[in-house]
Each structure stands twice: as C-alpha cells, then as structure tokens.
Design a protein around this ligand. Structure first.
Ligand code: MN
Length: 130
C-alpha cells in the first residue's frame, strides 16, 4: 500500500500541481483547502504525512500544526510546512509549531517528490516512519 499524503493548501493551482506530481510518483493524495477541513480530514484519513501550506485563510498553518500536534492519534504524523516565506524566522516558527521540516515555494517539479520522499522513507511503498 502506497503512502497517503494529506495536502492542506488553499491555492487551487498549487493543489493541482502537488497532487499531480505525487500521484504520478505513486503516492495517494487527499487534500483540503483550509485548516479546519484539513484537520477533519487528518482525523478521518490517517495520512502518513501532512504537507501544510502556512499561508491559509482564517486559521494559518502554524495554528493547524499546533492543532494536529495536540491530537493523540495525529501527533506522530510528520508535518512538512510549505512556505513562500524565505526568512529563517518563519522556518523556526514552523518547527516551533510542531512541523518536522519545510519545503519552499514555488515548488520545483523536478525535485519536489524526492524532497517529500525524504520525510517518508524511501518512496511510495515505504513504510511510514514510526
Ligand atoms: Mn496559501
């Protein structure tokens, strides 16, 4: 069974591109356009990894990460922040909010899947990290 990735992203074009790249590489992708729906989907879908846009309308990515970390069943799932903020302070904020790493926007289609795979293990069929 291939790894399941939850993408929380409000921008439709980014959602489409990330979904396309990951599905093409063999991952399963579920997605939500905002924080509250993303958290609900994480509870229902039990993803192996969360890709989290930081700039979301309403509840921002930092708040979403904190909410996911506060849930017993979700706190072990790796969360990767996806942020266009290039400043070190924003990365630290993402890590402080409970994210395990971050990727920068705009995403590079040539390296994106490999970057995601690093956080999961070796590839789509890899066992999720404990
Ligand atoms: Mn956004």
């Amino acid at each position: 069974m291939s790894a399941k990735i939850l993408l929380i992203e409000d921008n439709e074009q980014n959602r489409y591109l990330v979904t396309y790249l990951l599905e093409h590489a063999g991952y399963r992708v579920i997605h939500a356009p905002d924080g509250p729906r993303g958290i609900a989907l994480a509870q229902r879908g039990q993803p192996d990894l969360v890709l989290l846009d930081i700039q979301l309308p309403g509840m921002d990515g930092y708040a979403v990460a904190k909410a996911l970390r506060a849930e017993e069943l979700l706190k072990a799932i790796p969360i990767i922040a996806v942020t266009s903020h290039a400043m070190a302070g924003d990365r630290e904020k993402a890590l402080a909010a409970g994210c395990d790493g971050y990727l920068e926007k705009p995403i590079d289609p040539d390296t994106f899947v490999a970057q995601v795979a690093r956080f999961l293990g070796s590839g789509p069929g890899a066992e999720p990290r404990p």
